[in-house]
Design a protein around this ligand. Sequence first.
Ligand code: CA
Length: 252
Amino acid sequence: MIKPPHLTVSPLPRTLNGIMEATAGKKILIVEDEQDIAQLVQHYLQKDGFRSVTAINGVEALKKVKAEQPDLIVLDLMLPEMDGLEVCKRVRSEPETAMLPIIMLTAKAEESDTIVGLELGADDYVTKPFSPKALVARVKALLRRIDRTPSTGAEHYRYGALTMNSTRHEVSLNQEEVPLTAKEFGLLEHLLRHRGRVLTREVLLNAVWGYDYYGTTRTVDVHIRRLKQKLPPLEDAIVSVKSLGYKLKDSD
Ligand code: CA
């Protein structure tokens, strides 16, 4: 019997090792006022199986973040109406979007003054002029890094000489147990789980103290200071991000 042609199953898109890319189908918001750059980036992302939407200024970008719920933002720094840094800050300050991955696009000339801020506020940055292929590779790398991040359940963490066992509620430094309060423990766990990412004081407050906590964000600063006193390697590892919050440096 001859199979009717419409029953032919076309193969699913697969990578060489036969496993679907975890990043395929993810939605990327491209915020860029230069249309030719936006189109080029969009073309390369779509060729790699990404979905994409665009915004041409900072105000539109914030609207699209809400309406389109992208998985990642490629954000140009120099934008009309509201610049990329401000967009980044606003995205980070909303609990629903605080963890949204951001790759910032920056021109070479702006590098010296703003690179530190960019590196801290955004998850990654790419300097213009850039190769679209390299940008797509950075998008994939960032999405994979975030995919890998465990979100629930008991975990073991290792960070240099520091280890955490969430199940047993134990933290050790060079195999010596260091007693932490419940809040210090929760704060450290959140930082370890999201290492390499900027966490605002509001996000940390909500994650560790809960939404019904009426204390101020100063509470977070006090507990970060105590963590650093109890665990000296954190003194340099936890960096304060100007007007945003804190970040535990990625040790990888
Ligand atoms: Ca621009």
